[in-house]
Design a protein around this ligand. Structure first.
Ligand code: SAM
Ligand code: DTB
Ligand code: SF4
Length: 324
């Protein structure tokens, strides 16, 4: 099957509107053509620099523009990050993702961050970082340190974007993604559902992702975690079936990508998560914390995997799936 980069919005809106059983059947068929549907890739997050961010992303507990309970911290010491990475590996994670609440990394931070990447990679883990906007030179520096993935989300459609963030443009994000690709790293790029966007916005964001020069190898689909003090704190949770539809459409559009059932699993029923996995999600974050928000505890995820007959994917499995 050739990968398409010419999806249109009406075509994708029509996928969203399919009867659910039809949509799920199509998505599950695409999923099992390219992956073992019983395998789920496991990532763990580490907030290497929390809070005090100058950006105004309306959903984010780490923005300094809003009064939130999150305390700003300095960049973590390398040894502490490595201890967290060792624990993540012992808990079964195959990828360790280092996140910083920055608009962009400062040159003075790069040495510490590249040391973290080099050392985490040396532990036999896949490495991922999310540090804000990058220059082409910074992207190359990260790639040379051994960074496998760079996470930088579009978050929502270009049309709705201005309602959520004003301090960086959609084009800024696309430029950073281009620098990441040009440096030879894999992109991790997705968005957040439940910020007040329409189904047309969800379709539009997925069209933008699928029509990039290369599909992001990893596509996180986050469910908004309403954070105290942010403008979206009072947003109602979106309907579970609407969320599942988004996962299914992402799977159909980007057949070889890892689609991550990302933020927002805390409080989701086992049934809803099972539907997401059936719809083609094949990656999750484990560990009790995401960056600042809660995630299901390790034991409840183990129980969920046992109940659903899912197994963690090894790094070798991740790499061979992507080479296919
Ligand atoms: N500061 C960097 C940046 O934004 O580029 C990296 C960290 S940032 C927290 C990474 C992503 O987490 C955001 O792009 C957003 O999609 C997601 N995220 C942040 N807060 C969230 C929330 N409350 N609910 C769901 N997803 C969230
Ligand atoms: C992504 O798309 N989701 C992760 C990761 N990329 C960095 C972050 C989720 C953050 C959830 C809110 C919090 O922990 O503050
Ligand atoms: Fe800053 Fe990232 Fe939060 Fe936006 S999402 S406020 S850039 S930490």
């Amino acid at each position: 099957m050739t990968l398409r980069h010419d999806w249109t919005k009406p075509e994708v809106e029509a996928l969203f509107a399919l009867p659910l059983n039809e949509l799920l059947f199509r998505a599950a068929t695409v999923h099992r053509t390219h992956f073992d549907p019983s395998e789920v890739q496991i990532s763990q997050l580490c907030s290497i620099k929390t809070g005090g961010c100058p950006e105004d992303c309306n959903y984010c507990s780490q923005s300094s523009k809003f009064e939130t309970p999150v305390k700003a911290t300095k960049l973590m010491e390398v040894e502490k990050v490595l201890a967290d990475a060792r624990a993540a590996k012992a808990a079964g994670a195959s990828r360790f993702c280092m996140g910083a609440a920055w608009r962009n990394p400062k040159d003075r931070d790069m040495e510490k961050v590249t040391t973290m990447i080099r050392e985490v990679k040396a532990m036999g883990l896949e490495t991922c970082a999310t540090l804000g906007m990058l220059t082409p030179a910074q992207a190359l520096e990260l790639a040379h340190a051994g960074l496998d993935y760079y996470n930088h989300n579009l978050d929502t459609s270009e049309e709705f974007y201005g309602e959520i963030i004003t301090t960086r443009t959609y084009q800024d994000r696309l430029d950073t993604l281009a620098s990441v690709r040009d440096a030879g790293m894999k992109t991790c790029c997705g968005g957040i559902m439940g910020m007040g966007e329409s189904v047309a916005d969800r379709a539009s964001m997925l069209v933008t992702l699928a029509n990039l020069p290369a599909h992001p190898e990893s596509v996180p689909i986050n469910l908004l975690i309403p954070a105290d003090g942010t403008p979206l704190a009072g947003n109602p949770r979106i309907d579970g079936i609407e969320f599942v539809r988004t996962i299914a459409v992402a799977r159909i559009l980007m057949p070889h990508s890892f689609v991550r059932l990302s933020a927002g699993r805390e409080g989701m029923s086992a049934e809803l998560q099972a539907m997401c996995f059936f719809a083609g999600a094949n990656s999750i974050f484990v560990g009790e914390k995401l960056l600042t928000a809660a995630n299901p505890d390790v034991d409840s995820d183990k129980a969920l995997f046992a109940k659903l007959g899912l197994k963690p994917m090894s790094i070798a499995g991740t790499e061979s799936a992507q080479a296919a």
